[in-house]
Design a protein around this ligand. Sequence first.
Ligand code: AMP
Ligand code: GLY
Length: 423
Amino acid sequence: MIRVLVLGGGAREHALVWACRQSVLPEAVLCAPGNGGTGAQAENVGLRADDVDGIARLVSDRAIELVVLGPEAAVAAGIADRCAELGVACFGPTREAGRIESSKAFAKQLMDGAGIPTARWQAGGAGARADLLGFVRELGGAGVVKADGLAAGKGVTVCDDLEQAERALDACLRDQRFGQSGATVVVEERLVGREVTVLAFCDGENVRMLPPVCDYKRALEGERGENTGGMGAYAPPLHLDPQELLATARAQVIEPAVAALAARGTPYRGCLYAGLMLTAGGLRVLEFNARFGDPEAQVVLPLVAEDIVELMGACAVGSLPAGNVRLHGGAAVGVVLASAGYPGPVTTGHVISGLDHREHHHGHVFHGGTERAADGTVRTAGGRVVTVVGRGDDVAEARRRAYGRAADITFAGVTSRGDIGVP
Ligand code: AMP
Ligand code: GLY
């Protein structure tokens, strides 16, 4: 029996708490800061996920034996490094291994060194503006401009022409729109193809692949509108053979990345996320994340037939059996219900109804930006409010169940995309 602490407060963390609760191993599950949903299945503690000193005290005071990092902020803050000092198992990479997400230039160098297929690129700061523009010109204007550091999914501009690329460069380098995160910029070749995400449990050496998943990053149907953290996801992907993709992604991407980080003396322990573009010339890595995706976690975790706490513990201590994660059959579709205005500013505090509607047996309602008010109501507290997940024998059935359940849940200004999991 162990005591588990999940860090973060989104629907991804609610799904992680739920998954921990499916295991017989935890004697207690805590979540910091958690949300209105995690509070029903775990003990919420009012600490930020990146409050290193506060978390370290909590770990000692409550004799926590496994810390699970949800968001990138917890990775970048160095929670895993502190856990290592305290001798406590941590599922999630050290700050240095986490640079695979927190610096896109670092990730590109690592990929080139390890022979991992990715778009051609060039990086630099304000002094390299002319060179970077020259590279975009070489690409015929079809370049992608990326702030090097963490930018909450907003630091990427996919450009059609030189003028657009120039504006994106200036936003980072001159106007400092992303602060220090945009002081260095990566410019890369614009790729064409279908996007898919692969996730893997990693223990520093061995990897165990989760099912591939498709997410929907734009705010509006038909992939229009602003980039968001993610408006929905489904697994397994239609239009491709999941087993074949997993084998290729394992051999070409995940194993070489994990080996390269180990060779640098910074082994990667946790969930490694690779966003892929399937181009006519084969797969290419668009980005790595040093954590589960949100909303990818909400659809992938319910499909896992193994004990998640055991898997995460094995990653933390380096005893993960290689292979693919054993899955329940079938599919899962997750639809995000967001506040009006998301990904821009939103109003909060609206009562959410329909959450406690009959227990539906073919899915889950994972809370994101919610909180339980003193009067017992659950209210909105952020942009992405809940992820409604449907499960079924196939994507079509899972989709019907997700949207069927989502229709019961309302709050002022609720918005969602209607095309999640549509072939
Ligand atoms: P990233 O945060 O690096 O994954 O980029 C966010 C989104 O921008 C991706 O999901 C893609 O839709 C798009 N993107 C990133 N890099 C490229 C690229 N090299 N070519 C085309 N689209 C890209
Ligand atoms: N859904 C994409 C991410 O979590 O970064």
